[in-house]
Design a protein around this ligand. Structure first.
Ligand code: FUB
Length: 328
């Protein structure tokens, strides 16, 4: 499906709405694991009820500029026994000859958990585990398989993603408003077991600090973590990037260890059309690319988004050159 050639800054596919792209190179090709936005007319709210996704379609490109293929449905909500609704931003990983699709969804109690499904091919189909990952919560899993084979899963999202409801370690439906002068609600990371199916040890809070080593505060909405984590390595450093949500930036912080701490460095992408902004970063054939989404395909409807990509460049000192979609 979809024979149009892929062009930078243009929707990768137009026959379905797609968002939250996690891009990887598997078997020498680019594979993109997006959310699949549905065409309904529901109202937007701060709980994200408008994001009513039910399945995943994996996209692939033989090369930059080649047609983008929709490989069809790889996993549907109806096949995951623990899910009630809202299959949000996924990611994928390869280890020990298998492909793993990680995804968030609400369980039967309406609480977001993380699930995993296993397949033999990068495009699926994927067979889901019967239960969510034990001890998992919130949304937006992103997985790094490090050079030594250790694997880490990053996750968390505020508001609809429920992250601030877990500050006590338990789920609290209506917590007190989080103080803006305190360190932010931290994104989370856990090591994965060798079989990639469970957390290996406790979930850790990720510390993001400013250039003076002070934690980013919850009220610092230009820099604090909101959702959509991604981890990539560049010149031996760990780049932890994310969305600032309410201020609509994609930003990044750099550290020496996969579990942090990370020092805030700057912006990757200025706001796009639409409320959410969500990305991944991948190296392919010697160049780096940012995969992201906006709502241009639907004329600005927040929950009808489209995945795009553009080349990403680094400065000599390892900082990322900021891109502005309103200017180019
Ligand atoms: O697509 C649903 C949610 O919107 C994702 O989980 C967030 O990252 C935001 O893009």
């Amino acid at each position: 499906m979809e024979e149009k050639k892929s062009v930078e800054k243009e929707p990768l596919v137009t026959h379905i709405y797609t968002a939250d792209p996690s891009a990887h190179v598997f078997e020498g090709k680019l594979y993109v694991y997006p959310s699949h936005d549905l065409e309904h007319d529901g109202e937007d709210n701060d709980d994200g009820d408008e994001y009513q996704m039910e399945d995943y379609h994996i996209l692939s490109l033989d090369d930059i500029g080649a047609p983008c293929i929709d490989n069809g449905e790889a996993l549907n909500m109806r096949d995951v026994p623990w899910v009630s609704k809202q299959m949000w931003a996924p990611d994928a990983a390869y280890k020990n000859g298998k492909y793993y699709l990680y995804f968030p969804a609400r369980d039967k109690d309406g609480i977001f958990r993380l699930g995993v499904a296993v397949g033999d091919r990068p495009e699926g189909p994927f067979k889901p585990e019967a239960e969510p990952i034990k001890g998992s919560f919130s949304i937006d899993p992103a997985v790094l398989v490090d050079d030594d084979g250790s694997s880490y899963i990053y996750f968390g999202g505020l508001w609809g993603g429920q992250l601030e409801k877990w500050e006590t370690g338990e789920f609290v439906e209506n917590p007190d408003p989080y103080p803006t002068d305190k360190p932010e609600v931290c994104p989370r990371v856990a090591k994965l077991t060798d079989d990639m199916l469970q957390f290996d040890g406790d979930v850790q809070r990720i510390q993001i600090v400013d250039e003076d080593g002070n934690p980013i505060l919850a009220g610092d909405e230009d820099r604090r973590y909101f959702e959509g984590p991604w981890m990539h390595k560049y010149n031996g450093k760990y780049y932890f990037s994310y969305s600032t949500g309410t201020t609509h930036y994609l930003v990044y912080a750099v550290g020496d260890s996969p579990m942090g701490p990370f020092t805030y460095k700057g912006r990757i992408l200025e706001p796009v059309i639409g409320w959410t902004t969500h990305h991944s970063i991948v190296e392919f054939k010697g160049k780096w690319y940012l995969f992201y989404h906006d709502s241009s395909l639907s004329g600005g409807i927040n929950h009808r988004r489209c995945v795009k990509f553009r080349e990403l460049k680094y400065n000599e000192d390892g900082t990322i050159v900021t891109m502005d979609p309103s200017k180019d």
